[in-house]
Each structure stands twice: as C-alpha cells, then as structure tokens.
Design a protein around this ligand. Sequence first.
Ligand code: SF4
Ligand code: SF3
Length: 538
Amino acid sequence: MFCYQCQETAGNKGCTKVGVCGKSEDVANLQDLLIYTTKGLASIVMKAGKVCDKVYDRISNNLFITITNANFDEDFILDAVKKTMAMKEKITNKHQITDLNEVEAYISFDDEELKRKAIEVGVLNIINEDERSLVELVTYGLKGMAAYNHHANVLGYRDENVDKFISFALTETIKKDKEINNLIDLVIKTGEHGVAAMALLDKANTERFGNPEMTEVDFSAGSKPGILISGHDLNDMEMLLEQSKDAGVEIYTHSEMLPANYYPAFKKYDHFHGNYGNSWWSQNEEFEKFNGPILMTTNCIVPPKKNNTYLDRFYTTSNAAYPGAIHIEADENGYKDFSAIIEQAKKCQAPTNLEDTKIVGGFAHNQVLALADKVINEINEGNIRKFVVMAGCDGRSSKRSYYTDFAKSLPEDTIILTAGCAKYRYNKLGLGDINGIPRVLDAGQCNDSFSLVQIALALKDAFGLESVNDLPIEYNIAWYEQKAVIVLLALLSLGVKNIHLGPTLPAFLSETVVNFLVENFNIAPNTTVEEDLEKMIG
Ligand code: SF4
Ligand code: SF3
C-alpha cells in the first residue's frame, strides 16, 4: 500500500504498511482499485455523452468511500468496485463504445483477481513526481467535492455541471502524456467547481432546514437514553429526529454534526438535546461513555479499540462503513429505517455527563449578514481590527495545540471565523465578544466555509474594495482530509491569497507544486504562534 492523502500520513511521507488512520493494507489497496475503476467509468461516461443520474451518483459515492476515515470495510469496497464494473459494462454496450483504453477496458467480478489488481494500481504508478502530485491534488479535491455533492443530491438538489466536471476531471487524470500546465489549470477548475458544489449544498441545506441562526448549544447529558449522530449528513439527521420523536429517547450530535443545532428545522424537535463530546479523534473514549447507539453518517470514524464496549451499538450508513458495525442502507426512495437504533437506545442507560459547557454558534452567511451593519460599524470604529479565518479540520497530532495557542494569543480586537471540526481547538476558550459580536463566529461544517467566502465577498462590496485580499481578513487554515483540500482549492480559485496552511503542508505536494502555490498564491506553512501572529496581525 501507499497512501499519503491526509495530514497524518506516516512521517509526513506516506503510509506503507498500515494507515495511521487504522486502514489496513487490503483496504487501502481496494480503495486504490475503486478509484482506478471509477476513473475508468468516468472516462466511459465522457465517451457516452449522456448518462443517467445513477451513474453520477455511483461516481460521487465511490470517491466519497475513499475519503480518510469514511470506510474501513473490505467487503463494502469490493461490492462498490463490482457495481462500478457492471455500470462500465452496461454503458459500453449500450453506447457501443469500442475504442476502450486500458483503464476503461478493465472488467472483473472475481474477488481474487480484483485483489490482485488492487495491488497494481496505486498512486506510485505515476513515476513523474510533479505529475503525480497534481493528479493526486485534483483527485483528492474531487473526493471532497463528491462528498458535498452527495449530501446535496440526497436532499434532491443537483448541479449537472458539478457531476459532469467530476467525470471530466477524473478522465483527465488518466490521460497519457499529461502536460503539467494543463494539470495546473485542472487544479484551479477543480476549485471553481468546488465552490459550485458547496453553493449547491448550502442551497440544499438552507432551503430544506432554514438558515442557521445564532444558537446556544448545550454540551451536557440529559437523564434519558440517547442516540448520538456524527458526520455531515443533515438528511440522516432529519430522518433520525423524525423517526425517534415519540420514542422517549434524546438525540445528541457529535463532532461535525454539531452545526445541526443551528438549523431552525431541527430545533423544533423537543427531544433534540444538544451536543455530546468533541472532535472526531476523541470518539473512542466518548463513545464508551455515551452508553447508547451511535450513528456515523460519514467520516470521521476512528477504529474502535480492541476491548471496546460499543461496537454492538455502532451504526454506519451511506458511504461510511466499519467491519462489525451495523450498516443501514436507504431504500429505493432514499428512506432509511432507523428503528433498530431507536429500539436499542430504549434499552440503554443515559449518557455519562462529560461537561456542562455551552457554546454559541450558527454564524453562517445569513446570520452574519443580518448583523452586517453592526459588524461594519465596529470595523469603522476601530473596535474590530481583523478577522482570522481558522476553518478546516481537527486532528490527533500534538502539533495542533498550535491552533489553541494561536486563538488564545490573538488580540482582543480580532474575530475568528470558523467552520469544520477545526473549531474544537478553540470554541470553548471563552474568548468573549466585541460589543456583543462573539469573537468566535462558527459558520458550521467544513462545507460551510462557503459561508465564510460569502461573508468576505459581502464585506468587500460594503467597503467598495476591488479584491477580497484587500479586506482585513487573514487565513490560518488547518487541514486533515480531502474535504479540506476542496475548501483550499475553492479559496484559491476565488483568488484568495496569503493562506497559512498547517499543521504541515500536504505530503502529496511536490516541490514544484509548492513553489507554484507560493509564487501564485503566496501560500505559506504555519510556523510558530509568535511568528505567525506577527505576520498576520502585526
Ligand atoms: Fe495514512 Fe491518511 Fe492514507 Fe490513512 S488516509 S492510510 S493515515 S495517509
Ligand atoms: Fe473534520 Fe473528519 Fe475534516 Fe468536515 S470530521 S472537517 S476532519
């Protein structure tokens, strides 16, 4: 195996025996095969011209399955490979496509053959380091884009341009004789379509569930049995709330599901208790103490420890799966029957209380723009000196204490704009407010970075500036998995410069690609709190 798609890759070079994330060699190889097969399908789709939405769904789902910490289940991945093979065959026959290249032509339904092939199709097959770096940068961006696309699609929203672009870009990555300049263009185009995918998901979420609003979220445990829901899928959130409303149990969010607390449509459920626990990587201990069933709708799954007591109350759905966990699939209408989870919850003890913290969030674009006059006034009065965007991912690395220290050291006339699970590094510090405007404004999940861009664009217009780079906004982004890659590419495609990225630069960026990003976008790795504060705040 060779995998270097996330920030925690071994030695910041690559995982070669087993993933730091817990992914086995077999799973890693099968994920490579799934990407290879998906690229073959995408290429066939480009030749076919017109295909039905189910094909685009398959492509997005496959990419999503391979996101860090989403799916650890060999059988599940093999099944996805075979479903993709079947689609390749069907479309090829239907459209009588004959001039198939090697990737398009590869078809097998035999487990042994597929496992053999899986070893052959890893990322190191591209010998040229710069070409490999750009191909993987695009591929990882597409994984993040596909995840956001999937969440919008299950809510009934679709952007044909996003679907078509994913197939187009996947096809470009398997072309022979790729030009570096064309690949660089493809990177930027991937960012542009990332913006479109995030806009689509924003539309889907806000039209279905209302605009997030300023909300106080309770982190304490109640006295009734609970169900914990984690991940990013708000459609699952709604189905779970609706099905459990008269069951005598309470619903809690975990990690990236925390922002569900900010949506009007979910607040109306009396049995929606609040949030339990922290960022994804603290789940082993927190899931033990929760005592009730846990539903993982997406990444980030941390493999349960050997002597865990929760695997028999650990559920997965959609593209998330873990061997031994109970997987719940949607029926042909998209409906998921969560009754097994609810019945199990009734027999469980209430969660063990972890803390009595309360935090305030819900500052997506609509809420912040409702406060725009006040914000602009505070800037003009000199009470707000700068905004610092600290969006992105959290992770296990001890280096990430940097973000807590950085937030603590920011002067009191600065405001943090955040989205994604990165917020857990500083959302309980009690950083106070500036004349009623909290100093940590949480827009929501990582995809809600779109909101931060909307806010920046509105401020740019309000101040009559030419570029978002003229605003008093600094970017100190934390990344971990591939959703953060598409957020980063989206920001670059919008012309945002001077982004500080950490806690380390991606291992998959070659020196040439780093140089390109530095020269054109002035991207910099973060250094020490003192040095970065000096650079960003002065
Ligand atoms: Fe390693 Fe990250 Fe790949 Fe897991 S996802 S195998 S930790 S690089
Ligand atoms: Fe977090 Fe996994 Fe990326 Fe959605 S839950 S931001 S790491």
